[in-house]
Design a protein around this ligand. Structure first.
Ligand SMILES: [Zn+2]
Length: 370
């Protein structure tokens, strides 16, 4: 028969410091998990009270992360929530562009549009047409619209001495965006219209320039009391916010408005031969929301744009596609290949995120008759 030998356990010195287990100690639960021990190794796993407190604290911390009924089921965060986020991101990546493209097709076919018009886009600097107006330029030059679009730029963008380069870049960009030929781009390079962040251009000087370009017979029409004619039907420029508050942009608004108002000034029965549309400046937070600004834009159009006059729609909305000719990729090409001198690092942020690369909304300016 085997003889069982009873061996008195060896008690480590630190255990000797323990007092008898008190009630408060029994409240500490659960006991720390003790791994399966061989008989002769138990001594190594005897715990002091401090050890137990420490393990209890760790166990509580662990349970917080694994308790689904506790702190919002953070235990599921690692796997379930992460999967939830991935699924949501995947659905958004599919649904949002699809919804946007569907909306863009509705807008291009059902919303008010300009057809068979002679249109001038009035800008302050080479690259304004691509960075701010590209959805409008591409939509208005689309084959089948019958429009003839030209760009008039009132400075060569010579602030950094690149004026001559930028003139060529503008012509190249304009053709990429859909203009018929480089000659449809005109650049005015005069000292009274300097490319400057601090210069406000004289609105009377702008109005005078526009008058000589598009309504040179105005004075004769007035003297003969016949309504004036013009060489364009539509003039498009910035609004009084200038998108970026650039004083050159804002000057264009005031100059263009003065020009169009002058066409019919003092003649209540006359109708302006030119419709002036301005590009809506949106608040800062909306500028960088890309296609997500579609809904606010459409709501603003639905609420604020006059729709009764079919010949002169009060609001125009243009949504660029996401791929192919005439889409935002064409606008990116106009910037990257057209305006090479301007493609510094932060411009990539603008052309990727800015809603103006995808969305344009224009408003018809009401003409004051005095
Ligand atoms: Zn500009």
């Amino acid at each position: 028969m085997n003889q069982v030998q009873h061996v008195k356990p060896r008690i480590p010195p630190r255990f000797c410091r323990l007092r008898p287990l008190q009630d408060e100690d029994r409240m500490i639960s659960p006991s720390p998990p003790i791994p399966h021990l061989s008989d002769n190794s138990q001594d190594d796993y005897l715990y002091t009270l401090e050890d137990r407190r420490k393990h209890q604290h760790q166990a509580a911390a662990r349970s917080q992360w694994t308790n689904h009924e506790g702190l919002g089921g953070l235990g599921g965060w690692d796997v379930n929530t992460r999967m939830g986020w991935l699924t949501t991101a995947g659905v958004l990546a599919l649904v949002v562009p699809s919804l946007y493209m569907y909306t863009a097709s509705i807008v291009s076919t059902r919303f008010p549009a300009l057809r068979n018009k002679r249109i001038c886009i009035l800008i302050a600097h080479p690259d304004d047409e691509a960075m701010f107006f590209s959805p409008a330029v591409m939509a208005l030059t689309r084959p089948g619209t019958g429009n003839h679009v030209k760009i008039l730029c009132l400075s060569s963008g010579n602030a950094d001495g690149l004026g001559e380069t930028r003139k060529k870049e503008l012509a190249k960009s304009g053709v990429i965006l859909g203009l018929r030929k480089p000659d449809d781009v005109f650049v005015v390079d005069k000292p009274e219209f300097p490319d400057s962040m601090t210069a406000t251009w004289d609105k009377a000087a702008i109005a005078s320039l526009l008058r000589s370009a598009f309504a040179p017979n105005l004075a004769r029409a007035r003297s003969s009391n016949t309504p004036p004619t013009a060489s364009i039907d539509v003039l498009i420029t910035f609004d009084d916010g200038g998108v970026s508050s650039h004083p050159n942009h804002i000057s264009l608004y005031h100059g263009a408005k003065a020009f169009v108002e002058d066409l019919v000034a003092g003649k209540p029965g006359w109708e302006s031969p030119i419709d002036l549309y301005t590009l809506t400046t949106v608040p800062f937070v909306r500028k960088y929301t890309g296609i997500f600004d579609t809904l606010p834009t459409l709501l603003s159009w639905a609420v604020g744009a006059e729709k009764k006059d079919k010949k002169h729609p009060g609001g125009l909305v243009f949504l660029s596609g996401l791929g192919g000719q005439g889409s935002v990729t064409t606008a990116w090409k106009a910037m990257r290949q057209g305006h090479k001198s301007q493609m510094v690092w932060f411009r990539y942020g603008w052309i990727t995120l800015s809603r103006y690369m995808y969305i344009n909304d224009l408003r018809l300016v009401k003409i004051r008759r005095e």
